[in-house]
Design a binder for this molecule. Structure first.
Ligand SMILES: NC(=O)c1ccc[n+]([C@@H]2O[C@H](COP(=O)([O-])OP(=O)(O)OC[C@H]3O[C@@H](n4cnc5c(N)ncnc54)[C@H](OP(=O)(O)O)[C@@H]3O)[C@@H](O)[C@H]2O)c1
Length: 337
């Protein structure tokens, strides 16, 4: 079977496609024929560095994979051959609170990732895919979808009628746009591109702000919310956006700190939280239970996550270059069909 490997930090040129013998299937394991994988900013950081991984040996990148069960171990109870499944980001975080043991072994960060024609995983590390999704759409639930779900509805406690601010039009933000609109929220979204803002409006966004043209976009968010600010911000920008996000949020609102496409450094001024009683919380993908709750909602609401472009399974370097260039809107996928 064809498998991509890379030494973390060796850059996109370090990606190598090889032919490997599939692993044997243990009694509680499944063999999955991967039909599609989706890329995340985190995978780009693993390939380009720096991102903490648990091995210096060539690893199989990718956390998101969806496909069909082709072999089941003798003690498997949750799935059968032919089932359509997707990988869990954290195979060891099934439910409940996040714990250090629970977040070990994240796929593609040292333990076998999804950029391969077949993967062998314990049955607890997989989730049934919504029936109306193709494999690329189904793969995108694993990281971006589950992160958006966790940040909006679990940690963020979003309620119908609330207003949420989303930053940029990448995988997490466009997932959050689709979920928030389906849940009856009002959405304000930022982008560096007016064309992408128009696409976001077509997906239901209520207002858009070009952050390249309006550097003080926090004031514009306040203006759009009658001076109050939004109930919730999904912060994926980091270093260069956090101050504006804090300027955008209402009193006793919340900022979910998810990522840092503009860097993860910077300083925090306590005053920015105290006077307005803002709640800030980090979010790290989510549990299998959250992924399953997301899958149920996606099926009921018939949400089709936006996959901007699908590359052939042999074109992983091109897919990474496309992601790195920031041309995408929503998700970028590889197809191993
Ligand atoms: N904590 C977690 O569990 C978790 C999970 C998933 C992702 N993340 C993190 O969240 C971030 C986003 O991930 P992703 O996979 O959604 O990335 P992505 O698909 O690569 O999207 C990146 C987008 O960010 C926007 N952007 C870039 N610079 C910006 C800025 N200064 N202000 C506002 N937006 C900006 C761009 O949108 P426009 O082109 O529209 O300008 C770009 O397309 C990354 O830092 C990632 O590591 C964290």
């Amino acid at each position: 079977m064809k498998t991509w490997r890379v030494v973390a930090g060796s850059r996109i040129e370090g990606l190598a496609l090889g032919e490997e013998t599939p692993a044997r299937t243990g009694s509680t394991q499944l063999r999955v024929r991967v039909h599609a994988a989706t890329l995340n900013y985190r995978d780009l950081l693993i390939v380009n560095g720096p991102y903490p991984v648990s091995t210096q040996a060539p690893l199989v990148p990718g956390s998101d994979g969806a496909g069909e069960v082709v072999e089941v171990g003798s003690a498997v109870t949750r799935f059968k051959s032919g089932d359509r499944v997707a990988t869990c980001f954290f195979p060891n975080w099934v439910d409940g609170r996040m714990s250090r043991p629970g977040i070990t072994g994240a796929l593609g960060g040292g333990d076998g990732g999804t950029f391969a024609e077949e993967i062998v995983l314990d049955e607890r590390a997989l989730v049934r895919s919504p029936a109306h999704l193709d494999f690329a759409q189904a793969a995108s639930l694993t990281c971006a979808g589950t992160t958006a779900w966790h940040a909006l509805f679990e940690a963020g406690r979003l309620r119908p009628g609330n207003t949420v601010l989303l930053l940029g039009t990448g995988g997490v933000s466009i997932w959050a746009l689709q979920l928030a609109k389906a849940a009856g929220a009002r959405v304000i979204i930022t982008s560096s591109s007016n064309e992408k803002l128009a696409r976001a409006r077509a997906l239901g966004a209520d207002a858009g702000i070009n952050y390249a043209q309006v550097p003080e976009w926090g004031a514009e968010v306040r203006r759009l919310t009658g001076g109050e600010g939004v109930d919730l911000v999904l912060e994926v920008g980091g270093e260069k956006t956090l101050a504006q996000s804090l300027a955008s949020v209402r009193m006793q609102g919340a900022v979910m700190v998810i990522g840092g496409v503009s860097g993860l450094g910077g300083t925090m001024v306590p005053r920015q939280l105290v006077g307005v009683a803002t709640r800030m919380q980090g979010v790290y993908v989510g549990s299998r239970q959250m992924h399953e709750d997301l899958a149920r909602f996606v099926e009921v609401a018939q949400i089709k996550p936006v996959v901007d472009r699908v590359f052939a399974g042999t074109e992983a370097p091109d897919a990474f270059r496309y992601l790195a260039a920031g041309k995408h809107f929503g998700k970028v996928a590889l197809s191993f069909a």
